[in-house]
Design a protein around this ligand. Sequence first.
Ligand code: GLA
Length: 389
Amino acid sequence: MTDDRAAAARAATAFAARFGREPEGVWAAPGRVTVIGEHTDYNGGFVLPVALPHTTRAALARRDDGLLVLTSVQHPGEDAEVAVAGLRPGRPGGWAAYPAGVVHALADRVPGGLSVLVDGDVPVGAGLSSSAALCCSVALAVRDLLGLELDADALVDVARRAENDFAGAPTGILDQSASVLCTAGHALFLDTRDGTREQVPLDLAAAGLALLVIDTGTTHEHAAGGYADRRRECEEAARRLGVGLLREVGDVAGLAPLADGSAEGDLLLRRARHVVTEDARVLEVVAALRGAADPRAIGPLLTAGHESLRDDFAVSVPLVDACVDAALAGGAHGARMVGGGFGGSVVALVDSGGVDAVTAAVTARFARERRPAPRTVVVVPSAGARRLA
Ligand code: GLA
């Protein structure tokens, strides 16, 4: 969480040290935390994320030798240098696949080459979309630097294609949309089926509340495989119900045909039930935030979202469940896992004066599990991707 001016100066200095010249600009894009609406995006459903104050910064300059040269402050010794015309999935791999994927998606509009330095503070592997922040910062930078005609939706799409087609991560569109489209002081209410959106004011501090993000420090080794499995299960449930996307099933009653008495039918019913009820929870949370109601009212909806992800969608893990339970026992109004699951972070809605008590409760619980104290941060809904310098 570096302020924008300091972040831009730090990236420019690192760029000059690496490339022996000043960058032509510095851009930033944030990670995200989902307030509600998890595993709905690839089902055409609703999401409600906020942007983190944590960003990835990209400092760029054009080159005339046709090369893409990528360097990262967080990955010393892992620079990549590839001809723009020679970019292929897997080449380069590792962290560099993400920015390379962005340039690959735009390759026919990148004359010459690019020098790219990235620097960031979005926690990696914490379910807070560090990869989307990386892709979106580079996508915005390339667009601005080369004067490409790409609107916000096209930028989101370039970043998503970089992750899906080049880096091989089968994400939906939640993370990239949040990173590009979020605005400070608001949650982004997005209909992923048609892209319609609304900035919903979210001034929790004025209501004496805070969003506390707790990084459990675990990432399940099967996270990628588990995510792909859930996507397949949702597609199969939609197929059996005769709809293109589970979003089109209006309510839980519409899932009845899945219950054919088989174990597989029961599993698909539970997966689809999560999606349908989560869409409804997003709408309820948005309605509560739009109205004058006390935002504490959304707490139970967040907790219900966690229970659905845990029991029906089966993407939580015991340590994350323990974290949610401890946060609630410590006084949180609601708490839930964030992102794709199988580890990562928990978000809790807490009274501003109760942050310490919730943190202490979670830390004590982690100590009982013989785990190090988790990293916590109070998140203020922050700005989406932008030019810093
Ligand atoms: C990951 C994916 C997103 C979304 C979430 C779950 O973050 O990248 O597209 O599916 O999981 O809501």
